[in-house]
Design a protein around this ligand. Sequence first.
Ligand code: SAM
Length: 318
Amino acid sequence: MESFTVGEIVDVRNYGRAEVIEPLVTEPGARFHGRIRVRYQRDGKTYYARPENLRKTVQVKQRVLLCHSTTHYRTCAASVVNWGDAVLEVGSHEGECTWLLSRRCRYIVGVDKSPATVAAARRRYPELRFEEVDGFDVPALKALGPPDGSGFSVVLVDIGGIASLSTVAALVGLYYKEFPYNTKIVVKSVFLKRMVEDCLPYNTEKNNPWALLPGGAGSGAGARAGAAGGATDGDSAGADSEPSTERSARPGTDAEQGEEDGEDEDDGEAEGEGEVGGGAQAALPGGRGRRRGGRARGGTGGRGKAAEAAGETEGGEG
Ligand SMILES: C[S@@+](CC[C@H](N)C(=O)[O-])C[C@H]1O[C@@H](n2cnc3c(N)ncnc32)[C@H](O)[C@@H]1O
């Protein structure tokens, strides 16, 4: 069983961010034996949670996080979002993910270009803010930032998992350029993820695969200025001079093996099974009750009921 330490910030399945305030209760016969006391960041309430419902939060240095399914997108978002974050969701649809993330951050806004879905989101989650904005309208997006002027620290992009690569890439490229460097961008896109997995960045480090080519920077004979892989930045001449017969020595076909699984937009995985970074998991229901072509809902006012039911009734203190 994973261990949690007092003071650690965790994600509680179906609840949100919390701080561990008491270690595992081990006294035999104690009322909350086997549970860990946490305090929710959202409202300061405390709760004895089952350890299996706690997930370590994770921080990654990468700026853009790519996901191929709704489950992974929501889990990834929940993993990187912190209570101090101001979050923008582009493509908020009827607001479910925005609502789930609202328990994990101080400020969140959902936008969608479809008036009907914005209206539905407002009806379902009247306490949250949803606006009809096209994701390409960056000035309008920025204007939705927190009143303190701090701007968005996390941007979630889900304009459809199988939206065209060029559209998603253009949108992500725009945000990459227009939002500050420390703004994390979480993207759901089957095609962008697949393309990025097919990329191998060229670099001139000694341990890069091209350095093994004869004449490259890493060859035992020493670097020859201008040879393939041996030049420093801007070495287009060096790249051109690479002998064509050596191209077969390049790696790069590994990526062709591809990923056959999980390329659906909604893969219907069990809730909270996604991973991000070093494997830490966050608990968010993704595609819960959803199957391609439709979404099951609990009816009017039924938002989040399944999520609540999964954990909010047990061992609660208050
Ligand atoms: C798959 S849904 C989003 C689901 C949502 N993220 C969730 O997890 O519940 C995709 C949404 O993106 C919206 N969309 C598509 N293109 C957009 C654009 N350029 N700007 C804003 N929203 C867009 C669609 O109207 C649709 O509601």
